[in-house]
Structure formats: C-alpha cells, structure tokens
Design a protein around this ligand. Structure first.
Ligand SMILES: Cc1cc2nc3c(=O)[nH]c(=O)nc-3n(C[C@H](O)[C@H](O)[C@H](O)COP(=O)(O)O)c2cc1C
Length: 261
C-alpha cells in the first residue's frame, strides 16, 4: 500500500536522530509522501492521528531507549491496522529494540511495516574524532535515504527477532526505569561549573524532561535520563560529564536546529 502521509514522532538528544529524521523526510517528500514532524517530548501520544502512517525515531540508550520514549510508545492509543515504522540510531549495539517494539505495536493493533537501525557517532563515553564522526554521519545519511526509499516503495521489512535480544531489552528497560538520578549523579557528574557557566539558561530550555531549573546557576532535579543534551549543547562547556573520555562531547546539529521543527 502506498504511503500518503507520515506522522513522524522522534526524540533526539544530541542531533543524530534528528539528522536521520530530516534525511528521511526529504526522501519521503521526493516520493510525494507528506510528512509531519513531531517532537516526542512535546507530544501527547493519545492525539496521534491513526489515519496516517506512524513513524517512530529515537536513540538507543542502555541497550533500550530512554524510559520517557518507551512510555510514549506504551501510551499510544489502540489502532486498527495503522501502519507503523521505526528507526533508531546507535553507536554500535542496540541489544534488540526491534523485536519488543514490534510485539508491543502489533498487540496494540498497529501494522509494523519496517524497522531500521542506523549507526551514528557515539555521544557518550568515547567521542570519535571530527573526521571519523563526519564519515559515520555521511554513511548514516545514505542509509536513512535508502530506508525512506524502501518504505516509500512499500518494500520495507521489520526483520526477525531472536530470543536473546528480547531478554536483553526487557532487562535493560527495567534497569533504565529504576535508574535513580541521585545515585547516578556522582557517576555522571552533571553539575554546572560556576567558573565557566554564563547563566544563559540554554540547558534548562532544551532539557526534554524539564529537569533543570535556572536559579543563579542551573540546578538539576531528579528526573534526568542522561540524554546528554545539556552537556553537549552548553556553549561554555560548563557541564562536565565524568563518563566521557577526556570530557569530550558530541553534537550533530546546532541548538537552533534542535528546536526548529
Ligand atoms: C545514556 C546513553 C546510553 C547509550 N547506550 C547505547 C547503547 O546501549 N548502545 C549503543 O549502540 N549506543 C548507545 N548510546 C549512543 C547513542 O545511541 C548514539 O550516539 C545515538 O545516535 C544518539 O542519538 P541522538 O544524538 O539523537 O541523541 C548511548 C548514549 C547515551 C547518552
């Protein structure tokens, strides 16, 4: 069946997933498919239009995805055959998001039509060199274009899902849900460095969970899911992340682009 309109819901912490979504949007449009982009963090899952093809895009996190993304998916309304596709971006290994997501959507009455996982630069632990990140992005963009073309042609597949990734994903989802910000704070070390912070408030503005309050300096509350936005987009590099090698950061777009759709 030909796609006519896609309601494309995405979350992107540091811009990788956004680049993939924009490349897919461009390809869909070339194929005469209308696309509406929606940021997951600002969307009500119950208001998703079931008359359109549903697209879901998100980063892999902890061999799963961020709990608030998974909650969005779990809160989607029951459907009667609405076609749905997914794309995730990852640095290397997803642990198998694809299978559990297929089952969840199928159970809700959606028609899973395609799944794709696209390697993009890592935004945590080891940040690759500028040259390597550009190469990875270039390859990722080609894959995104190809995937959107296959979806437009109605030839995409949702792939197979062995048992081990299912188990890994279930375990990591419960692990991610139980992450306690307080106990992880010392591990990640998010806390604005007062000697570098110029109190611009960008971190508070872009946090998808409204977890940062601007008092004299940014103050973290207890809902962080470690998407790296505040760390990566701070213009002063004032928010250190202890788990990143040499404190390096990655961002794939400018902050304006992150908020432009
Ligand atoms: C907290 C956290 C956990 C991550 N876990 C994984 C993982 O399990 N597997 C993986 O391949 N990449 C992992 N990554 C890397 C991201 O999935 C990858 O860089 C992604 O493209 C980031 O997308 P974004 O820029 O749209 O946020 C993780 C990143 C973060 C911040």
């Amino acid at each position: 069946m030909k796609m006519e309109k896609v309601a494309f819901y995405y979350f992107s912490g540091t811009g990788n997933t956004l680049l993939v979504v924009e490349k897919m949007e461009e390809t869909f449009k070339k194929n005469g498919v209308n696309v509406e982009l929606h940021r997951i963090e600002e969307s009500d899952p119950e208001k998703v239009n079931l008359q359109h093809t549903l697209g879901l895009a998100f980063p892999v996190a902890g061999l799963s995805t961020y709990p608030f993304v998974w909650e969005f998916i779990e809160s989607l309304p029951p459907a009667n055959g609405t076609p749905v596709f997914m794309v995730d971006t990852l640095a290397g290994y997803s642990g198998g998001m694809v299978g559990p997501l297929h089952d969840k959507l199928k159970k809700k009455g959606y028609n899973p039509m395609g799944a794709c996982e696209i390697i993009m630069p890592s935004n945590i632990f080891y940040i690759q060199s500028d040259e390597n990140r550009s190469k990875i992005i270039e390859k990722g963009m080609k894959e995104a274009e190809k995937y959107a073309q296959v979806l437009s042609d109605g030839k995409a597949k949702w792939g197979s899902f062995p048992v081990l990734p299912h188990m890994l994903n279930t375990l990591s989802r419960s692990f991610m849900k139980s992450w306690e910000w307080k106990s992880q704070q010392k591990w990640f070390g998010f806390k604005a460095n007062a000697s570098k912070c110029n109190q611009c408030g960008i971190c508070a503005q872009i946090c998808p969970l409204n977890n940062i309050e601007m008092n004299e300096y940014p103050e973290y509350k207890f809902k962080c899911q470690f998407c790296m936005r505040c760390v990566s987009f701070c213009p002063q590099k004032a928010i250190p992340c202890k788990v990143n090698y040499k404190g390096n950061t990655h961002r794939a777009v400018k902050v304006k682009e992150l908020l432009s759709n």
